[in-house]
Design a protein around this ligand. Structure first.
Ligand code: 2AM
Length: 173
């Protein structure tokens, strides 16, 4: 691929408090698999994949065209999906405002010429990969104030993925 191609995705990026609370729950309740390092924990909103340098202005414009309200996300359930083999923490109910934000984002991405997956949006934070199926747990909610959307560059390295924050777009209070 081109030297100036970047692997990108849009995410909700936790602050230190949310990150620590989630990492603690993961250590306690995810029985096996490869735990995601605490500094890598996030919720993906849209995966852009390999973006060529010439498309970067369109990526930057996503934020400028995005209108969405701040909200609180309550991560209150730990579970797993056998395919892909991951354990996650997620909200048991997707708040209406997050559903709206996702629809808005899909529209902005489509307008900017990025492919939008037809798959249903299932907000989740991956806690571990290659984990065997395990029981679901309802947990005391980790309450996460969402105030911005973050553009992340993923560097695939020998030791695993390293994420670099490229840009942050505020939501409207
Ligand atoms: P996951 O945690 O459910 O695997 C970086 O790879 C982030 O983008 C991950 O959070 C991953 O979600 C998400 N993602 C969504 N679609 C992807 C795809 N087609 N390939 C790789 N990652 C994807």
């Amino acid at each position: 691929s081109d030297g100036d191609t970047q692997r990108l995705f849009l995410a909700l990026w936790p602050d230190e408090g949310v990150r620590c609370a989630v990492a603690r729950l993961a250590r306690r309740l995810v029985p096996d698999g490869r735990l995601v390092p605490p500094e890598n924990l996030h919720v993906t909103l849209a995966f852009l994949g390999d973006v060529p340098g010439e498309a970067m202005p369109r990526v930057r414009a996503i934020g400028a065209n995005l209108v969405g309200a701040t909200f609180a996300l309550e991560l209150d359930r730990i579970g797993c999906w056998p395919r892909p083999r991951i354990s996650w923490i997620a909200p048991s109910h997707t708040p209406a405002v997050l559903g709206r934000l996702n629809r808005e984002l899909r529209q902005v991405l489509r307008k900017a010429g990025f492919p939008v997956p037809s798959r249903r949006f299932a907000p989740h934070m991956t806690l571990a990969r290659r984990s065997a199926p395990h029981a679901f747990h309802d947990v005391t909610p980790v309450v996460w104030p969402i105030e911005r959307i973050t553009l992340i560059r993923s560097h695939l390295e020998r030791a695993g993925a390293r994420y670099e924050i490229l840009c942050e777009w505020p939501l409207q209070p």
